[in-house]
Design a protein around this ligand. Structure first.
Ligand SMILES: *Cc1c(COP(=O)(O)O)cnc(C)c1O
Length: 221
């Protein structure tokens, strides 16, 4: 089932769009099933859970952190993480930089934008993000590299609303590329789209979709 779901989703991906298989709350056996089917990028939302899985699973897996990262957990994941999707404050970015420096690495990060109508989702507003990028302190960071943006659309069946939110993030991505990252070829990732809305996200320019339920089934919390 996992292999079939992966095959189906991959067949829908245009060139340049990569799939993050969101394996949070699923056991190593499920991850290995996806791995045997060729999947190498996995997404987790808890530092401890991701670290335990990293330690026990094949070393050619790319681990992406997609959750809300607490500052005190940064040091556990920077030695091995490939991409941190949800950076929602300058302070967190600076902490990642500090810990990544200690670990002798450069860690790729995405800035999370709040695009949904729900109050509960984390992330910068567009204006907060502009302000942070204008302030320019991030340019001094040597070990945390901003590679793009991430966002989650409202959890609704109203696809027009979802499309509008993805389009707004797509426009902001182009704005950021033009203004702050014109000289930065690594600024190229736009992480948006989950099980129920990835086709809309791809249509709006996503380069990384984060899909869990469609691959692994419902999570048991
Ligand atoms: C859990 C999660 C996903 C995957 O959600 P599904 O609906 O299971 O595809 C994607 N992105 C983030 C940030 C998540 O926390």
């Amino acid at each position: 089932m996992i292999a079939e779901a992966l095959k189906q989703i991959r067949s829908e991906l245009p060139e340049g769009v990569r799939l993050v298989a969101v394996s949070k709350f699923h056991p190593n056996e499920a991850i290995m099933e996806a791995y045997e089917a060729g999947q190498r990028i996995f997404g987790e939302s808890k530092a401890q859970e991701m670290t335990a899985k990293h330690e026990s699973l094949p070393k050619d897996i790319e681990w992406h952190f997609i959750g809300h990262l607490q500052t005190n957990k940064v040091k556990y994941i920077v030695p091995y993480v490939t991409l941190i999707h949800g950076v929602d404050s300058y302070k967190l970015l600076a902490d990642i930089d500090k810990q990544a420096g200690k670990a002798g690495r450069t860690v790729d990060c995405l800035l999370q934008l709040h695009i949904a109508q729900e109050e509960t989702k984390f992330g910068f507003s567009f204006d907060e993000c502009r302000e942070m990028l204008d302030a320019g302190e991030w340019r001094q960071l040597r070990h945390a590299r901003i590679c793009g943006l991430m966002g989650m659309a409202s959890n609704t069946d109203r696809l027009e609303q979802v499309r509008g939110e993805f389009a707004a993030l797509g426009r902001f991505f182009q704005e950021a590329k033009g203004i702050w990252f014109a000289e930065a070829p690594h600024f190229k990732e736009l992480s948006m789209g989950m099980s129920h809305d990835y086709p809309e996200a791809i249509a709006a320019g996503s380069t990384l979709i984060r899909v869990g339920t469609r691959i692994f089934g419902e999570r048991e919390y």
